[in-house]
Write a protein that binds this ligand. Structure first.
Ligand code: NAP
Ligand code: MG
Length: 474
C-alpha cells in the first residue's frame, strides 16, 4: 500500500483530482510511511452532499427488499475482503491482527444482523386510531473514530442505509486505508451512486463543514467528548440531529463472591485489549478491600505475561495509534505517580523488546487510587488500570456513579441475582455481567457525558428515523 494516494469516493466514482493538500500516513508500530491521503475541503464536501441529496429520494422510497438485496451483496464483499480490511486496520492504528479480524467480523455482523431484522421492522403501523410511519431522516454524515475503525464504520453505515438514509462517511484521518477498503467494498457490492460517499481528510475541516452544512440532516459522531460538544455547537444553527457516542471511564465492580480468575481476566482483557483504546474499557476496577492483595497479585501476574510487539504477529498488544496518543498515555502515568497512586506494574516509557520507533506503551496498573484522582476521573485511552478499594456494595455503586461519564459498566459476582441488582443501579448505557464482551445485538451508548445516542440492534436503526403520525383518517 506504499505511496498510493488515498482519495474520495463520491457519487459512485473515485476522485482522481482533489482540491487540497496531501498528507503522509505512518504505521504507528514502525514509524514507516504507509501512503498518502488527499485532504478533502469545501469542493469535495459540496460534491458529496449534492450526490447524497440527489440519491436520497429514490433510496429512501425503494422497497425494503431492495435494501436487503444490497446488504446481502455487501456481506459477501466484506467476507471476500475481510483480510484486506483487517490488514488495513492493523497498518493504520497498530491493533494486533487477531483483534482486527475479530473487529471485522463484528463489522460484517452489523450488516448481516439487519438481513433478518429489516424485513420485520415496522416502518409503518397502525396504533389505535392513527398511523405511525418511520421515515429516513435524510442525508447522514458519519464520523467515526480510529480505535475500532472497521466496526465503527459499519455500525453507522449499516443502520443508516437500512433506514433509507444516504450517507457521507468521514473516517478518522489515521484510518484512511481502512476507510478506502470499506468504500471499495461498498462500490463492489453495487451500492447505487450517491447512496454511500467517502470523504478522507481531517475532522477539523471536513467534520466541521459537514456539521454546519444545511444539506446534511444528521451527524452520527463517535469520538471524544470535547469534539462531540463542538459538533453539537456546529450543528445547532441547522437544527440537525446529532447522535453522540463519546468517551468513557467505566467502572468494573468486583463483588466479594466473585470468581477471582474471571474478575482478573475481565479486568486485564477489558483494560488492556487494543492497548486500552476501547471506549467501553473498564478502567476503574473496584475491588473489595479484603480481596485487594490477592487480586493485585493475580492481576500483576496476568499483565506481566502479556505479549507486546509487532501487531502483524501473534501478540496481545500492538502499539497505540500514534504519537499523540502515546504522549497522552505517558502524561497520565506521570499524573498517577504524582497523585500518589501505587504503581503496581508497568510505568513510563516503552516496554523492552519492541521496535523503539513504534508507539508502544507499557501495560500499567495503579492501586490505592481514590476516585478524586485524575487517573480515576479522566479518560486516558491507554493501557492503564486504576484499582480502587471499597468496603460496602453501596460504596462501590456510589464510586462507580461518581463520574462525568456513563458509557459501560461491569459487574463480576457469583450470585447472578445480586450482580444484576448492582448492574441495574449503575448509571451506564450497557452493563456487562460476568463477561468482558459487549453484546452487539443490544443497545449501546452513553449516559451523561458519554453521549446521547444508541448504536447496535434496533435502537441503532431508530437513530436514523423520523417519526411521522398520520391522523384524522376515518
Ligand atoms: P476524536 O478526536 O474526537 O475524533 C473522532 C472523529 O471526529 C474523527 O473522525 C475525527 O477526525 C473527527 N473530528 C475531529 N475534529 C472534528 C470536528 N471539529 N468536527 C467533526 N469531526 C471532528 O476521537 P478519537 O481520538 O478519534 O477517538 C477516541 C475517542 O472516541 C475516545 O474519547 C473514545 O472514548 C471515544 N469513543 C467512543 C465510543 C462510543 O461508542 N461511545 C466508541 C469509540 C470511541 P480526525 O481523526 O481526522 O481528526
Ligand atoms: Mg483525535
Amino acid at each position: 500500500m506504499t505511496e498510493t494516494v488515498l482519495t474520495h469516493y463520491i457519487d459512485g466514482n473515485w476522485l482522481a483530482e482533489w482540491s487540497g493538500p496531501v498528507n503522509e500516513l505512518r504505521n504507528p508500530a514502525t514509524g514507516h510511511a504507509t501512503g498518502k491521503v488527499a485532504l478533502a475541503g469545501e469542493t469535495e464536501v459540496e460534491a458529496a452532499v449534492a450526490a447524497a441529496r440527489r440519491a436520497f429520494e429514490k433510496w429512501s422510497s425503494i422497497e425494503v427488499a431492495e435494501r436487503v438485496d444490497l446488504f446481502e451483496r455487501i456481506v459477501l464483499q466484506m467476507q471476500a475482503r475481510a483480510e484486506d480490511l483487517a490488514a488495513a486496520v492493523t497498518l493504520d492504528m497498530g491493533m494486533p491482527l487477531a483483534g482486527s479480524r475479530i473487529a471485522v467480523g463484528a463489522a460484517i455482523l452489523q450488516f448481516s444482523s439487519l438481513l433478518d431484522a429489516l424485513p420485520n421492522y415496522a416502518f409503518r403501523e397502525t396504533v389505535g386510531d392513527h398511523i405511525i410511519q418511520k421515515d429516513a431522516i435524510g442525508v447522514a454524515a458519519l464520523v467515526p473514530p480510529w480505535n475500532y475503525p472497521a466496526l465503527q464504520m459499519a455500525e453507522k453505515v449499516a443502520p443508516a442505509l437500512a433506514a433509507g438514509c444516504t450517507v457521507i462517511l468521514k473516517p478518522a484521518e489515521i484510518t484512511s486505508h481502512a476507510g478506502v477498503v470499506f468504500a471499495e467494498i461498498m462500490d463492489a457490492a453495487g451500492t447505487p451512486a450517491g447512496v454511500f460517499n467517502l470523504l478522507v481528510g481531517k475532522g477539523s475541516t471536513v467534520g466541521t463543514l459537514l456539521s454546519r452544512h444545511p444539506g446534511v440532516d444528521m451527524v452520527a459522531f463517535t469520538g471524544s467528548t470535547d469534539v462531540g460538544i463542538q459538533v453539537q455547537k456546529d450543528a445547532a444553527d441547522t437544527v440537525k440531529r446529532v447522535s453522540q457516542e463519546l468517551g468513557g471511564k467505566s467502572a468494573h465492580i468486583i463483588l466479594s463472591d466473585a470468581d477471582l480468575d474471571l474478575a482478573v481476566s475481565t479486568a486485564v482483557q477489558g483494560v488492556m485489549n487494543n492497548s486500552g483504546q476501547t471506549c467501553a474499557a473498564p478502567t476503574r476496577t473496584l475491588v473489595p478491600a479484603a480481596l485487594k492483595e490477592d487480586f493485585l497479585n493475580r492481576v500483576t501476574a496476568a499483565v506481566e505475561t502479556l505479549r507486546i510487539g509487532d501487531p502483524t504477529t501473534e501478540v496481545d498488544l500492538g502499539s497505540v495509534a500514534n504519537q499523540t496518543q502515546w504522549n497522552t498515555v505517558q502524561s497520565y502515568i506521570q499524573i498517577g505517580l504524582e497523585e500518589g497512586a501505587t504503581l503496581v506494574t508497568g510505568g513510563l516509557g516503552r516496554p523492552d523488546g519492541v521496535d523503539q520507533s513504534g508507539w508502544f506503551a507499557r501495560p500499567t496498573v495503579f492501586a490505592d487510587v481514590t476516585n478524586d484522582m485524575r487517573i480515576a476521573r479522566e479518560e486516558i485511552f491507554g493501557p492503564v488500570m486504576s484499582v480502587i478499594s471499597y468496603e460496602s456494595v453501596d460504596e462501590a455503586i456510589r464510586i462507580a456513579n461518581d463520574n462525568d461519564y456513563g458509557l459501560a459498566g461491569y459487574v463480576t459476582g457469583s450470585d447472578s441475582t445480586a450482580a444484576i441488582a448492582v448492574a441495574s443501579r449503575m448509571r451506564a448505557g450497557q452493563v456487562i455481567v460476568n463477561s468482558v464482551t459487549p453484546n452487539l445485538f443490544a443497545p449501546f451508548g452513553g449516559y451523561k457525558k458519554s453521549g446521547n445516542g444508541r448504536i447496535w440492534g434496533t435502537a441503532g436503526l431508530e437513530e436514523y428515523l423520523e417519526t411521522k403520525a398520520i391522523v384524522g383518517t376515518p
